[in-house]
Structure formats: C-alpha cells, structure tokens
Design a protein around this ligand. Structure first.
Ligand code: NAD
Length: 353
C-alpha cells in the first residue's frame, strides 16, 4: 500500500519559444526595477542584448560567472550589485551562471530571476554551492530558488553539441537518480520518468540537428522536469561519486555525470528491479543501465573514467573518499562495492543490468 509525504518547491516557471520578450513586463510585475544581469565571459554579448531589451530595468551587467562559483567571483559580483544598487539579479546562462545568482541570493539576499540556456536544471533546485580554498561546499536553502524561471528554447539553439550532450546526460542523471530511489515520492517518480522519456527522445535530435526548435523545446522541458525531481527529491551514491571526482580530481562536471550514470544505475539494479523496469521503459530500452550506456555511445560521449583523466591507480582513493561518511542509496554502500563500480566505469564496459 502506498504511503508517502509530498513537499514540493515554490516554483514559478514560464516556458515557451519567444518568451524572453516578455521579461520586462514580468520583472515589473514582480516589483523589480534595477536588475543586475549575470553571464559568463563567453555569453557577454547575450548579456548586452538583454541589457538593451530591459532598458531602464537593467542596472548593470556582470560577465564574470565561472564554473563552481569561486568565492572571489561571488564577492566581485556582490560589489557590482552594490555599486549599481541592484534589487535583483537576472542570470542568463548555464548552471555556472545560475549558481552565481544563487550565491548572491544566499549571501546578499538578492532575489534571482533565472534564464537557463543549458540543461543543468539548477534553476529548479534549492541547492547552491561556493568554492573556497579548492573545496566546493553545497547547501540546500529555499532562498536561492528563483522568483521566476523563464525558459525560452530559442536561447538554447546556439548551444553546441559538445556542451549539449554532456549537459543533457547531467539532466538524465538527476531524473534517473530520483526514479530509482524509493525515498523520492511517487509524484517525483512521475516527473522523473517523464523527464527520462523526453530527454531520451530529444537529446539525439538536438545533437544531430542543433536548430531543431521542437527538439530543443522537448529537451529543455525534460531538463526542467529533471531539475525539479532533483530539487524536490534526493541525491545518492551517484552524486557523491561525481562530487568526489569533481572536487578532488577536477573532472568536468557534466562529463563526470555522463560517464558514471550507467554504472551508478547498474549498481542499484538488483535492489529496485521494479523501478529499473520503469526507467528502461521510459528510455525505450531493454534495461536501464544498458540503455543509458547505449545512448551515450550513440551520441559519441565519453563512457569511461579513463576518458576524463582518471588513472586506475586513483580508484582506491576515490572509493575511500566517497565512502568516508555514510551515503543513503537504494543498495547499501561499502568501500569494496564502490571500488568494483569504479573499476567497471574506468574500463568503460557496457553494464549487463
Ligand atoms: P556552464 O554553465 O559552465 O556552461 C558551459 C559553457 O557553455 C559556458 O561557457 C557557457 O557560457 C556556455 N553556454 C551556456 N549556454 C549556452 C548557449 N545557449 N549557447 C552557447 N554557449 C552557452 O555549464 P553547465 O553544465 O550548464 O553548469 C555546470 C555547473 O552547474 C556546475 O558548477 C554544477 O555544479 C552546477 N549545477 C548545479 C546544480 C544545482 O542544483 N545547484 C545542478 C546542475 C548543475
């Protein structure tokens, strides 16, 4: 018999091609008058265009967002916000830029409006992080959830396949981790399975034909639902391993999720066979882990830890670091079982499960 608790997050989402044009009206409706626009250096020109669109509602532009929110970057952005008397930030970009906006919300109390241009899904979660002294610390805090998330698939058309592929697999990981964990309630499972289906269908099309706006729209929808399932749901061994690799071995964020996901799923296959069958069905594959591995191969993405700079000699220490403190996971976690998972992932062998 079913038994669960349901606590969702107070999301406020607008989704649709061309929606960017409505941002000035929406900002004014929310009562904001002086927005600091945030971008990476690579998206500075997009930031300039947003400043033009917002006119008097734009108080400034900060183009220094960086991966994993270095504390120095957050401090410089805070100074920029004070200098232009900003009453909110508008992040235009991927998870790195959204992450900077979240850090300003947490540290300086500045409300965030998020305009995502990748599939990171961070805008739907209450998770924020800051990197200081080479270590990234993450927390959950409702204050960092955007007041408004505006998804406009037209803004993702320029996202090159080399970034879109791993970013899409990062989204798939958020959904899959929640679809295979009984701690996530049935409503989250439903969102996660919907996300898995949308991503499995849309990501190959996005990579084969980047200007296919329907596929871009479906992929962004999947990424949004995946982020929502992570935001209202759980993390487990998969995220612990990605965090360990990114934090201690500086592996690239989205590619690390891409490589590890099939092995994290295979690790849990025997523990939750009924949930695995649902995931496989959403993927349109015979098995969950094998289906995800095959998708990665088909898209030409990295499938082995050796592809992202990890040496076989590193594996025992990674297993030790990842299991130093307890981690909740569908199948119990031990240093030896994690080492076995890492060996499979290092070799890049197709999981049988
Ligand atoms: P990213 O934000 O670093 O973007 C990668 C590059 O792509 C950047 O140069 C960016 O400017 C560029 N780019 C973004 N959109 C583009 C577009 N449409 N066209 C052309 N170029 C574009 O990468 P990401 O994978 O989106 O985010 C990774 C970061 O997000 C990591 O720090 C990760 O920890 C964080 N993250 C956080 C959460 C959370 O819930 N807090 C969830 C997922 C990811």
């Amino acid at each position: 018999m079913r038994e669960y608790e349901l606590k969702m997050l107070p999301w406020n989402v607008v989704f649709g091609a061309g929606q960017l044009a409505t941002l000035p009206t929406r900002l004014a409706e929310l009562g904001f008058a002086r927005a600091l626009i945030l971008t990476t250096p690579e998206q500075a020109a997009d930031g300039e265009r947003l400043v033009s669109l917002l006119g008097d509602l734009a108080a400034g532009l900060f183009t220094g967002a960086r991966m994993h929110v270095p504390v120095e970057v957050a401090k410089r952005a805070e100074q920029a916000a004070i200098a232009c008397a900003a009453d909110c930030t508008v992040s235009l970009g991927g998870g790195s830029t959204t992450g900077l906006g979240k850090a300003l919300a947490a540290r300086a109390g500045l409300p965030l409006i998020a305009i995502p241009t990748t599939y990171a899904g961070s805008e739907m979660t209450n998770i924020w992080g800051l990197t200081e002294g080479g270590r990234k610390h993450t927390n959950r805090d409702l204050a960092v959830l955007p007041r408004l998330t505006l998804y406009d698939p037209e803004l993702t058309v320029g996202l090159p396949p080399a970034i879109a592929g791993p970013s899409g697999m990062n989204a798939l990981a958020q959904a899959t981790v929640n679809a295979m964990d009984r701690r996530a309630n049935p409503v989250i499972h439903a969102m996660a399975l919907q996300a898995i289906g949308a991503i499995a269908q849309a990501l190959p099309k996005v990579m084969a034909k980047p200007d296919d706006l329907d596929a871009r729209s479906d992929m962004l929808y999947g990424a949004s639902l995946a982020g929502a399932s992570l935001g209202a749901g759980v993390t487990s061994l998969h995220h612990r391993l990605c965090h360990t690799l990114g934090g201690s071995y500086d592996t690239p964020h989205a590619e690390t999720h891409t490589v590890l996901l099939p092995y994290s799923v295979a690790y849990n296959a025997g523990a939750v066979p009924d949930l695995m069958a649902q995931i496989a069905s959403a993927l349109g594959a015979a098995t969950a882990a094998g289906g995800i591995y095959d998708l990665s191969r088909r898209l030409g993405l990295p499938t082995a830890l050796s592809d992202i700079g990890i040496r076989v000699d590193d594996l025992p220490r990674i297993a030790e670091l990842a299991t130093a403190t307890a981690v909740a996971n569908p199948r119990p976690v031990t240093p030896d079982s994690v080492l076995a998972l890492l060996r499979e992932a290092h070799a890049g062998r197709r999981p049988a499960a």
